[in-house]
Design a protein around this ligand. Structure first.
Ligand code: SF4
Length: 325
């Protein structure tokens, strides 16, 4: 299916007909290499002592990734981007670099979020050899704030060194794409000023594939308290756009549902279109259409349906964000 046809069908179902049975496959996939992490950052559900009890720790295997890639192709994916992100730190999965190679070989463009602390020069070189990728990495303008949020001393210097090496390699390696996010605003600092301060820690002349921004935090389905006006409900688009898959094949609500509060099917057991339109998925969408997010385990404490940000609900913003992802 052509990307624009795909987006047209998606927009038609979400905005116009409010369909719960979808005639198109997921536009966006995110699949989790592992739900294990080596950190417990304050803003992330990994810092919750109960988190591990909700979902036992496990790893995606190459065989299951291969099965998923075949099923995504069979479903007719129009979007080359494939996200390796949900819960956990991907480099804890020893096979992760080969996953990047497999995704590239299957015609996808792999993207992932990593805390970057497990990288070293050798791993970065092997990652680059596995093919093009986009890595999204959190950093900060301030050592003390960064290490207080992430809870481990020494990580600021190590990550700074890894980022400088990635940026150095990006001059000669066109497959290296980076989104470097400043997380200092989590501690209450002005995001724009902090971003300016972080930017000076890196060279000036760098390829446009290396981008800097500040992180916008959401509630992670209730892990963080969020200001919300419950009278201004908006329909969350995720169940019309994205399929988020845990390491064991379980499809959860979306990329925010790292604790697996809503499990809607399993793509290692069933074809993608079967899961995408099964009773659980359709009821999940219907609950959101009925303005009853409280009936969905993942959505009941999520801040997105009440997000007080008029820009994010504009069609232009949604289209721009979909084309970029
Ligand atoms: S309401 Fe929140 S938890 Fe539910 S699908 Fe949307 S973003 Fe995910």
């Amino acid at each position: 299916m052509h990307k624009f046809v795909h987006l047209f069908k998606l927009g038609w179902a979400y905005k116009i007909t409010k369909a719960v049975t979808l005639s198109y496959p997921p536009y966006q996939y995110t699949i989790e290499p592992t739900n294990q992490c080596n950190l417990g950052c304050d803003f992330c559900p990994q810092s919750d002592p109960e988190h591990e009890k909700l979902r036992p720790v496990g790893m995606l295997t190459s065989d299951n990734l291969q099965l998923f890639l075949e099923r995504a192709k069979e479903a007719g994916s129009s979007n080359r981007n494939l996200n390796f992100t949900l819960d956990g730190e991907p480099f804890l999965n020893k096979e992760f670099i080969s996953f990047i190679e497999m995704a590239n070989r299957a015609g996808f463009f792999p993207r992932f979020a990593t805390n970057g602390t497990m990288l070293d020069r050798d791993k970065i070189d092997r990652l680059i050899a596995a093919g093009p990728f986009l890595a999204s990495i959190d950093f900060s303008s301030d050592l003390e704030i960064f290490e207080a949020i992430r809870g481990k001393p020494g990580h600021f210097a190590k990550l700074h060194e890894n980022l400088l090496y990635l940026i150095e390699k990006s001059h000669t390696e066109p497959g290296v794409h980076l989104d470097i996010h400043d997380i200092t605003s989590y501690a209450g600092y002005d995001p724009d000023r902090s971003l300016d301060r972080m930017r000076v820690l890196f060279p000036v002349n760098i390829p446009s594939r290396i981008k800097f921004d500040y992180r916008k935090f959401h509630s992670f389905c209730g892990h963080l308290k969020a200001k919300s006006d419950k009278s201004s409900y908006r329909l969350c688009p995720y169940p019309w756009i994205q399929m988020a898959i845990a390491h064991n094949g379980d499809c959860v609500a979306c990329c925010r549902d790292t604790a697996g509060r809503s499990v809607l099917g399993n793509v290692f057991d069933d074809p993608i279109m079967t899961v995408w339109n099964n009773d659980k998925y359709r009821q999940f969408r219907q609950n959101l259409l009925d303005q009853r997010p409280n009936l969905n385990g993942a959505c009941k404490d999520c801040d997105l349906p009440y997000a007080d940000d008029p820009v994010r609900w504009k069609l232009k913003y949604m289209l721009h964000s979909l084309l970029g992802r």
